[in-house]
Design a protein around this ligand. Structure first.
Ligand SMILES: [Zn+2]
Length: 254
């Protein structure tokens, strides 16, 4: 089996010789390609360190969850070879790093985030998803953050199927959160956000859910449609309000 990604846990640890704190990283799970499994991917536990039980619980359901939601997206809109969905999910889960609270707060202090962040493209931080973990973090909360951050990665990977020559940064921060929250909502419906852009993104999603017609659409159809909007004001006027008023939706041309 071929290793294609890893889940790690990092923390600060004091070097007994120098008394200085350094970042230490352990491998918790490694992601492998396994054609024998239904989803073509499998996580293999590595080291039993730190909060590995909780991390395994939070990570293990993700492959089947994502493959169930995104397979229809590829079947309906992308039609390339059948392994593309596996490769896409593999790409989104390739590097997940859980960081002890102190390390996370220190490393992300210039970035506006509390629980997790996902880096796509070139960045000094390194590509991947970073998730804060404390002794008290419940695994279900970690699972929600994993799914939310993976939503950002999947946004990055899937938008070129709609807009070939655009950049992820063409999406405003609210639209980026609309994508991630719409995925995370499949596991956790009742999360409230106190600050923008998450708060505004969640409000737009809540408004959509007041439309009975919208509620009948499937996740992969929503994902495809959301990808058409870069600007949340345009999304609000030309998409959310149309559903609220039961009017026809005309997706912007890509
Ligand atoms: Zn987010």
């Amino acid at each position: 089996m071929e290793e294609v990604g890893k889940v790690t846990y990092s923390r600060f640890e004091k070097d007994p010789n120098s008394e200085e704190y350094a970042e230490v990283t352990d491998l918790i799970l490694s992601l492998h390609r396994d054609p024998k499994t239904r989803h073509g991917l499998v996580y293999i536990p590595r080291y039993d360190v730190g909060p590995s039980d909780k991390i395994c619980l939070a990570i293990e359901p993700t492959i089947s969850f994502l493959s169930k939601l995104y397979r229809p997206f590829f079947e309906e809109y992308v039609h390339k070879d059948k392994t593309l969905v596996e490769r896409t999910i593999e790409e989104s889960l390739k590097n997940i790093n859980f960081q002890d609270g102190k390390l996370f707060d220190e490393k992300s202090k210039d970035i506006n985030t509390k629980l997790g962040l996902t880096i796509v493209g070139k960045h000094e931080y390194g590509n991947g998803s970073y998730i804060k973990i404390n002794d008290k973090s419940p695994w279900r909360e970690l699972y929600r953050v994993v799914i939310h951050e993976t939503g950002h990665a999947l946004h990055y990977i899937t938008f070129p199927y709609v807009h070939e020559d655009k950049n992820i940064m063409d999406y405003d921060s609210t639209m980026q959160e609309v994508m991630a929250i719409s995925l995370a909502e499949r596991t956790f419906r009742f999360v409230n956000y106190s600050k923008d852009p998450h708060k505004k993104a969640k409000e737009l999603i809540n408004r959509l859910k007041t439309s009975e017609r919208f509620n009948k659409t499937q996740f992969h159809q929503r994902w495809w449609q959301f990808l058409h909007y870069f600007n949340h004001e345009q999304f609000e006027e030309e998409y959310v309000e149309k559903w609220e008023d039961e009017e026809e939706i005309m997706l912007p041309s890509s």
